[in-house]
Design a protein around this ligand. Sequence first.
Ligand code: 8X3
Length: 252
Amino acid sequence: MGSVLITGASSGIGQACAEVFAKNGYNLILNARRIDKLEKISEELKKENVNIFYKKTDMSNKDEIFNFVESIPKEFYPIDILINNAGLSRGLESLDQGNIDDWNEMIDTNVKGVLYITKLIIPIMKKQGFGHIINLGSIAGHESYPGGNVYCATKAAIKSLTKSLRMDLIRTNIRVSSIDPGMVETEFSEVRFRDKQMAKKVYENIKPLYAKDIADVIFYVATRPQHVNIQDVIIMPTQQASVLINDRDYNK
Ligand code: 8X3
């Protein structure tokens, strides 16, 4: 069994992916900014008898990304799967009210971070003669919403990049997929609003998706036979029909 590389693995969908893939015997290559959390997750997953390499990495920082890839021990090769999970949203203001530092953080992490690590991993996968790049997009890349401006644009960029990458890699046996969720209850809204109470409200009176729901889909996509590529998956809570239409009153 080879390895799966998961960015932003310290919580949410990244952590859930680490758990699902470890349970299924994959070695893990993980990164995140919060090293204490990675350490805890790695300690916990040792019970699955897999090898785990982890390193503190800020996915908005080009040098740290290059450093991370260089430091992956060769015994973790081949790298079967790259899960471009790290990403975040900041703020929900109209563009004129937006904070430029927040924009930079989103663009640097959600777009440039994905570009840098993918650029570095492709040659490794080409050499192996196989690989699978799985990008975490979002329903926000398909539909925009008020205040979503920069976040939606970063996810639309991922949607576009995923398509183009498939064309770039057509003759390489490397698959490229995109997983685009709607509402998932993770730290996502807490990071967006920098406020626990506001974040809680986003998931009130609705049953959202959970990180494990997404990780299960990613595992399914990653484990199809080599000739099968599930290109794009849009996954929403049953109570969410589109980005702005959801059944808020269901549990009242
Ligand atoms: C998260 C989905 O609709 O909150 O990417 O932007 S949404």
